[in-house]
Design a protein around this ligand. Structure first.
Ligand code: FAD
Length: 160
């Protein structure tokens, strides 16, 4: 079966609070486990950057649902490609907010210290999400050495 990787950027229609983001992530993790979809989502006041990877049919169906979600707008496809393997295989959806990311790391992947998903190309988006997810995994492994749980919680998780 083909694995595909889909990357998109979107803008927030209006600011989303902690509870709204928590709700999105609860539903996301529940659904993605069932669908066999993995990936990463980065949120900031400027918008979302998300990678979905998994079986083509599941990723396609999910992306259509996400595009129609009224909580964001201007959903813009950055990349859709077949890939030989997953890169976020341990994450039903890694979630990281930009205010948890060190300024130096943001600077490395952006023209300014401010994250803007629309200023990123697909390669940049992928390596950025891989880098912050890897840092988060190390952070969580330190914090929860025994749990073996890798999905990122919201809030209070600390900076990377
Ligand atoms: P339902 O049980 O039908 O609803 C999901 C929950 O969202 C409910 O609690 C409902 O109250 C709430 N909700 C739905 N619409 C709204 C709204 N307009 N305002 C406030 N609350 C609302 N879903 C995934 O499954 N996987 C993903 O990877 C994923 N990524 C997303 C990324 C972003 C940036 C956004 C904005 C949404 C994402 N979603 C994702 C959510 C997706 O758009 C659908 O809302 C969700 O997939 C519906 O799933 P469901 O039918 O099982 O949930």
């Amino acid at each position: 079966m083909n694995i595909v990787r889909l990357t998109y950027a979107s803008r927030l229609k209006k600011p989303l609070g902690h509870a709204a983001l928590e709700n999105i992530m609860d539903v996301t993790r529940r659904n993605n486990r069932k669908l066999g979809v993995t990936g990463a989502l980065c949120s900031s006041p400027r918008g979302f950057l998300q990678i979905l990877e998994g079986p083509a049919a599941a990723v396609n169906e999910l992306y259509n649902r996400i595009v129609r979600d009224p909580r964001h707008a201007c959903v813009t496809l950055l990349e859709y490609t077949k890939v030989p393997f997953r890169e976020f295989e341990n994450w039903s959806m890694a979630y990281i907010r930009t205010d948890e990311i060190a300024k130096a790391l943001l600077h490395k992947y952006s023209t300014h210290h401010v994250f803007d998903p629309f200023a990123m190309g697909p390669v940049q988006a992928r390596v950025f999400l891989l880098a912050i997810t890897e840092l988060r995994a190390h952070f969580l492994a330190k914090q929860h050495a025994d749990s073996g749980k890798r999905d990122v919680g919201l809030g209070g998780a600390g900076s990377i």
